[in-house]
Design a protein around this ligand. Sequence first.
Ligand SMILES: Cc1cc2nc3c(=O)[nH]c(=O)nc-3n(C[C@H](O)[C@H](O)[C@H](O)COP(=O)(O)OP(=O)(O)OC[C@H]3O[C@@H](n4cnc5c(N)ncnc54)[C@H](O)[C@@H]3O)c2cc1C
Ligand SMILES: NC(=O)C1=CN([C@@H]2O[C@H](COP(=O)(O)OP(=O)(O)OC[C@H]3O[C@@H](n4cnc5c(N)ncnc54)[C@H](OP(=O)(O)O)[C@@H]3O)[C@@H](O)[C@H]2O)C=CC1
Ligand SMILES: Nc1ccccc1C(=O)C[C@H](N)C(=O)O
Length: 455
Amino acid sequence: MSRNVTILGAGLVGSLLAIILRKRGHDVTLYERRPDMRAAHMSAGKSINLAMSARGWKALDLAGLRAEMEPIAIPMYGRYLHQPDGQTAFQPYSKNNEAIYSVSRGELNKKLMTLAEENGVNIHFEHRCTQVDVPNNALRLAHNGEEHVVTTDLLFGADGAFSALRASYTHMDRVNSSQHYLEYGYKELAILPGANGEWLMEKNALHIWPRGKYMMIALPNTDGTFTCTMFMPFEGEVSFSKLQTEADVHKLFDEQFADAKALMPTLIHDFFANPTSSLITTHIFPWHYKDRSALIGDAAHAIVPFYGQGMNAGFEDCTVLSGLMDRHGDDWATILPAYERLRKPNGDAVASLALTNFVEMRDKVADPRFLQRKKIEKELGTRYPHQFISVYEMVSFSHIPYSTAIQCIQAQDRLLEQVMAEGDFFDNIAHDSFCDRIGHWVADYHKAVQQLDFG
Ligand SMILES: Cc1cc2nc3c(=O)[nH]c(=O)nc-3n(C[C@H](O)[C@H](O)[C@H](O)COP(=O)(O)OP(=O)(O)OC[C@H]3O[C@@H](n4cnc5c(N)ncnc54)[C@H](O)[C@@H]3O)c2cc1C
Ligand SMILES: NC(=O)C1=CN([C@@H]2O[C@H](COP(=O)(O)OP(=O)(O)OC[C@H]3O[C@@H](n4cnc5c(N)ncnc54)[C@H](OP(=O)(O)O)[C@@H]3O)[C@@H](O)[C@H]2O)C=CC1
Ligand SMILES: Nc1ccccc1C(=O)C[C@H](N)C(=O)O
């Protein structure tokens, strides 16, 4: 039986979900608070580009959008590290030359909206949901200064980190929710192309300037530019609050980011024109109400961006929901609790992974011992391809649940500590006895990991 389905938010996840539901014959309406970004000249939101990895691509397959996105997605095969003295190093993401892909948020969102409309989804722009009467599935919508109420059979809140449906859930009995702001903010800056439109740094990498308590990253765009993001504490010795004048910004960049600064002719303008934005992690439980409504994407699990997994996780929510529809047809009383049971632990896990990756990116990657460890991880993966897969590879290049990947961290740390305690790995592997020992440790690791649920 087809249902009347309403989705709040025509962002990345809402638009994708609309396509999936419409393809199954549901009558789908989307309400989006912003104007139509395809017509209005406006930014698509918080970041200009996004890293898309395996989970994201899989969901795009469901929508049939992979072929359209692939030509405009730039593979990034690893981290390209920039030290303050100008020295650089490359750290590959995987043993198999796998990549995460820099895609334009705006282009992706536009394509998803257009495909949704082509499939018969109705998108109402400049309609902001202000409140939901959850038991009655009645939503209050503000449009052109007036408010009206619509009701629906089934409702999804795909309305981002500050979701109206999420806020309405929090007013109900026995709903637990939390939000936590990081003491860090971020600001977007730009590296411009060369005279012939060429990229002025390695194009196929994610660039990082790790500086301990703060960092800058840069992802490539198709037009020869890079979008840089500076992550820094709001307050403190080196912080946004200390960067008040042009001279302050020049000094920091001369001392810490000289190689990038040479490629940033618009630095001062960008720094003072662009906002300093905050970063938040949210948790909520439950994620659904009876067979009537559910949260999805950032509305269910807003996470800090440091693993590049927020959109990927939201897209995976859609893949899982789609699988449940395959199994249970239109039985939403079964589908929604199952969706919550499968996804909530993964939302929690990816939130935690994202926070941990911040420490790795801004601090650990500058440590030679850490870089050595990454090289050893790669070598182990090559020597024992069926027994050793790193946590990073699980998160970015597989569909292993995030909640399983996070449980492998301890075992992986133990293995690497064992191997590194023996001295120089790349000298030692010439010796059979060392290789035998490693073989046993890797087998132990594999055994420990196999006890976990791989979904
Ligand atoms: C700096 C930064 C970098 C990031 N980089 C990556 C990355 O590299 N890889 C990755 O996977 N993820 C990344 N993310 C996370 C990613 O942006 C989000 O996870 C993703 O956009 C979530 O999609 P969504 O559709 O759930 O929410 P959103 O993209 O926020 O879309 C929500 C939509 O709902 C609309 N809306 C909001 N409130 C209402 C309302 N009351 N009524 C109607 N409509 C409403 C909004 O206008 C918006 O269009 C990054 C995030 C940030 C901040
Ligand atoms: N996890 C994170 O750290 C964050 C992730 N994001 C994600 O980034 C993407 C794009 O974001 P973008 O649309 O640019 O987000 P914005 O920051 O522009 O926020 C969109 C709207 O959300 C509301 N909002 C913002 N901050 C708050 C707040 N502190 N309390 C209540 N409401 C707030 C505002 O609505 P109003 O005008 O009604 O006040 C704002 O206009 C989305 O995926 C979003 O979910 C966004 C911010 C942080
Ligand atoms: N997209 C991002 C946005 C902000 C911060 C990090 C990313 C990443 O993608 C990091 C990448 N996964 C890494 O581990 O090097």
